[in-house]
Design a protein around this ligand. Structure first.
Ligand code: PXP
Length: 244
């Protein structure tokens, strides 16, 4: 029997469009409620240091107004730790953050960052928040994530999504190998970044991955077919690939 594959819907870019005009619409919390109704298993939101999309008020409202798990993506900074401990989301995903980047360009380097990151994993865990670490699909990174005490890793799928031809197969293989290794060493494995209708199936097929977090494509596709149908189609493709 294939294992369930959860879909976390990232609503950051509803807030990006809202912030383009500085008003209240489109409301990312309305999108989160619709996503839950369309079958999302969780909502993911990244509160960036520069608040370019999600704001502190959004996190407050998400905490109060949605009844599916919230996964807060956050940089490992004292400011974000305070916010996470105040709201106690179901999960927190530690991500790298550079002010000048357009999006989260790669995974966290837990090898060079181990000393800095470990106390964040511990404090979040001590407060009952399930911690995941967003890393490149590499055994070395997974080994250190395990030592740091995080129960979950999320593999960055961006290189796979962007690659062409033979390189795409290579990048996919890295994800497959890393997801198998994660299970071997007792880590729950998630994946995300850049996934679309065209790229989701081979990742959804990997049996040791139990959650995908998808945002930009779904919000873009919502322009053409609406959020509900775009989420339902993603879910259909995930289930089909998984044999569910
Ligand atoms: N997972 C993580 C850890 C991310 O940082 C992001 C982007 O915020 C995503 C998943 C979703 O990526 P995308 O918006 O490209 O689907």
């Amino acid at each position: 029997m294939p294992r369930e594959l959860r879909l976390g819907v990232n609503i950051d870019h509803v807030a990006t469009i809202r912030n383009a005009r500085g008003g209240a619409t489109p409301d990312p919390i309305r999108a989160a409620v619709m996503a839950a109704e369309a079958g999302a298993d969780g909502i993911t939101a990244h509160l960036r240091e520069d608040r370019r999309h999600i704001t502190d008020g959004d996190i407050q409202r998400l905490s109060n107004e949605i009844d599916i798990p919230l996964n807060l993506e956050m940089a490992a900074t004292e400011e974000m730790l305070d916010i996470a401990l105040r709201h106690k989301p179901h999960a927190a995903c530690l991500v790298p953050e550079k002010r000048e980047e357009r999006t989260t360009e790669g995974g966290l380097d837990v090898i060079s960052g181990q000393a800095h990151l470990t106390p964040f994993v511990q404090k979040l865990t001590d407060h009952g928040i399930r911690v995941s670490i967003f890393i490149e699909p590499s055994e070395n990174q997974l080994e250190v994530a395990k030592i740091m005490g995080a129960p979950v890793v999320e593999l960055h799928t961006g290189a796979y999504c962007d690659a062409q031809g033979a390189q795409k197969e290579k990048e996919l293989q890295r994800i497959i190998n890393s997801a198998a290794f994660a299970e071997e060493i007792g880590l729950e494995c998630h994946a995300g970044h850049g996934l679309s209708f065209d790229t989701v199936a081979p990742v959804a097929k990997i049996p040791t991955i139990v959650e995908l977090n998808i945002g930009h494509f779904l919000i873009g596709e919502a322009i053409f077919q609406g959020l509900e149908l775009s989420i339902k189609e993603m879910r259909r493709l995930m289930n089909e690939a998984r044999g569910l």
